[in-house]
Design a protein around this ligand. Structure first.
Ligand code: UDX
Length: 447
């Protein structure tokens, strides 16, 4: 059992806190925002994440977790201090490390005993070395000369707690095998394989993992539009292509594109690192460009189906960047919605978890209590986030509430034939639907 401090009570910090507490460690979470400290000390979570609140509450009650604003108090007698503060994209796309370095400096000033710093935040290659230099450590190769471990997280929002316990691997980047081993030991109870490497490699692994995943999605999205024109259903293609072990089935779901707090900023940061090193990054640029195009392609599809967008009422189902979270950061659904508004559309919208947050991001939108309520009187409905509850929708009922049953499946959740049988005029992303369902009769769609 170890005594661990974690700086940052966001998604990453809180999940690591409950995860490490579940593994038997004592955890102190340090958070600068007094409002967050106050809420968390009453077990109110700043983010929605399955199981997080229950585990937090249980460990707080048991005394194995506590939250504080004081570094001095939290660091007293701790062996490890994890840094899990946000590293958002700065104006030029280079990660803004101000909060990160502020945390480092405060840790160094407040620590009263030898401490291993564990970097969870996603930071550019070379950052751990900078942290080490900032700590003004002896350069004698002794244990205390390398107490900075790069231990990137691969937590996916909406399943963060589960991901903590069942990652594919744990990356331990350290210039000292001994210090790295101490950090690896914290996770021993998970039984997950560890990869030991140096700090720079660990930092790079994080960026490359996200770049690969985003690339798979952008590639299948580009393929989708090719499929559309060649009258092929991309879902069937992706399923069979993904059966090839060299490719794998994950991250091949075509749709509105990727968003969230990681892919966009990490891809940009990797491109910036390449630029700074004088290396070209054409593939990374294309991956981002293809992704930005997706919402526009969907808007064009709606326009194509309705003839014009001005004055049309469109229902948007799903606002978060993916299901299982209320996170709206870089959500393709928000981009789609604002584009539709720019084209003169009247928007009705529903999301199972993100409505409160969406009200602060979108203006002029009628937020509805359900998917059916959203569809009422619409000229078209666009499914923008693949929440599982949408899969249960009675499509016949949905269509009957609309002015005209035009349904754009921005996440390819439904079988085109099934949707068509339910009376919907269905269009997906690269389903080649017009080949099998017959060309949409535009006269029956336009008013
Ligand atoms: C991602 C990484 O998965 C995680 O390892 C890292 O730590 C943080 O970034 P997350 O942002 O939570 O996690 O989302 P993820 O589930 O990876 O999805 C990212 C985006 O891609 C979402 O917008 C999702 O809708 C989209 N996506 C995903 C697709 O469009 N198609 C797919 O096949 C998979």
């Amino acid at each position: 059992m170890a005594d661990i401090a974690i700086v940052g009570a966001g998604f990453v910090g809180l999940i690591n806190a409950v995860g490490l507490a579940e593994l038997g460690h004592h955890v102190a979470v340090i958070e600068a925002d007094e409002n967050k400290v106050e809420s968390l000390s009453r077990d109110r979570m700043p983010v929605y994440e399955p199981d997080l609140q229950d585990l937090w509450q249980a460990h707080r009650k048991a005394g194995t977790i506590h939250i504080t604003a004081s570094y001095t108090e939290a660091l007293a007698d701790r062996q490890f201090c994890f840094i899990a503060v946000g590293t958002p994209a700065g104006l030029d796309g280079v990660p803004d490390l101000r909060n990160f370095y502020a945390a480092v400096d405060t840790i160094v000033a407040a620590a009263s005993n030898p401490l291993t710093i564990v970097i969870k935040s996603t930071v550019p290659v070379g950052t751990a070395e900078q942290v080490q230099a900032r700590m003004a450590l002896p350069k004698n190769g002794s244990r205390n000369a390398a107490p900075v471990v790069s231990n990137p997280e691969f937590l996916s929002e909406g399943r963060g707690v589960s991901d903590f316990f069942h990652p594919d691997r744990i990356i331990i980047g350290s210039d000292s095998r001994e210090v790295g081993g101490d950090v690896a030991q914290l996770y021993a109870a998970t039984g997950v394989p560890e990869v030991f490497c140096d700090n720079r490699t660990a930092e790079m692994i994080k960026y490359v993992s996200n770049a690969f995943l985003a690339t798979k999605i952008s590639l299948i999205n580009e393929i989708a539009w090719i499929c559309e024109h060649l009258k092929v259903d991309v879902n069937g293609v992706a399923a069979a292509v993904g059966m090839d072990n060299r490719i794998g089935p994950a991250f091949l779901r075509a749709g509105l594109g990727w968003g969230g707090s990681c892919f966009p900023k990490d891809l940009t940061a990797l491109s910036r690192m390449a630029s700074q090193a004088g290396v070209s990054h054409d593939v990374l640029d294309a991956v981002a460009t293809t992704n930005h195009r997706q919402p526009r392609m969907l808007v064009d599809q709606v326009k194509d189906l309705l003839g014009t967008l001005d004055g049309k009422t469109i229902g948007v189902l799903g606002l978060s960047f993916k299901p299982g979270t209320n996170d709206l950061r870089d959500s393709p659904s928000i981009s789609l919605t604002t584009r539709l508004q720019t084209e003169g559309c009247i928007i009705r919208a529903y999301d199972p978890k993100a409505m409160d947050d969406a009200a602060g991001v979108l203006s002029g939108v009628t937020f509805c209590a359900s998917a059916y309520e959203t569809a009422r009187g619409c000229d078209a409905v666009v499914l923008a986030t693949d929440w599982p509850e949408f899969k249960e929708l009675d499509l016949k009922k949905l269509g009957s509430l609309m002015k005209q049953p035009v349904f754009l499946d921005g996440r390819n959740m439904f079988d085109p034939q099934e949707a068509s049988d339910a009376g919907l005029i269905y269009s997906g992303v690269g389903r080649g639907h017009s080949a099998r369902l017959g060309r949409i009769d535009r006269q029956s769609v336009h008013p």
